[in-house]
Design a protein around this ligand. Sequence first.
Ligand code: TRP
Length: 328
Amino acid sequence: MKKRIFSGVQPSGDLTLGNYLGALRNWAKLQDDYDPIYSIVDLHAITVKQDPELLHHRTLQNLAMYIASGVDPAKNTFFIQSHVKEHAELSWILTCQTYMGELSRMTQYKDKSQRHGDSIPAGLFTYPVLMAADILLYQADLVPVGDDQSQHVELTRDLAVRFNNAYGQTFTLPKTYTSPFGARIYDLQTPTKLMSKSSESTAGVIFLLDEPDVIRRKISRSVTDSIGLIQYSDDQPGVKNLLNIIALIQDKTIEEVVQRLEGNGYKALKDEATEAVLSVLQPLQHRIYQLLDDPAELSAIYTAGAERAREIAAVTLDDVKRKIGFVL
Ligand code: TRP
């Protein structure tokens, strides 16, 4: 039996080169050894205010981006969270088993709620329970997420243990999965900060759908240093980041890249990085637009995905309902 991977991705904000090199590109490497299920989590997205048209567009666009990065829909299940009603149902049942104190301790809630003054949406508070429901419905073994989500995976385990202890073995205990290929790409303007789709300034962020000219400009203006040497050093976070980008894309070691570029100025480094980025993003963009122009192909993928997801989720939910005494 292959281990099951579950991950959810928010359809909020456009995906970046950081998402691509750090996550998307690696998903294709998991598809033969695991049973991966990925959900575009629109129910999560609405915990903060969304523009309906944008939400709709981004949900489809994100799906197209995942598929374009080489993740094979025949080997992975892709679905849109709201298509599988079991998520909302299990989430409610688990909410009744979750303590206010546990949720108050979630650092992401503490951060995000501060931006809402006196009108904090309750969904922002209960969001980790929905995430737990996502994972537990599929009996997932592994959950690939960034550091900011590991506390939520811990909570998921706690809830699973609590339920299993009260009602008998029901849920698999999931673990955070850290990819051996994981790469961290930093902001081109602030190379000590991760490249993030939610950054205030986009000057240092390369989006997957940026036009070639925009990519050229962003890389040519990326922040370096006054040391002037191409070497891989913590004192030169900007240079280090560009070297990482080149090495990852060209599938070369850092040493190989440094050796080739050593002795050149930073312009040569930036030109090389630009070439590398364009060489992956141009074909990727082509495929993304192809998919977006063919709504029938996309919808066939997410419809089949939701069907498979529902089959698995329904078995878990029925088991839960029976155990807590609901009449089925
Ligand atoms: N909360 C995650 C994030 O913001 C998204 C998410 C929702 C998720 N459900 C999930 C991730 C289940 C992993 C598993 O990034």
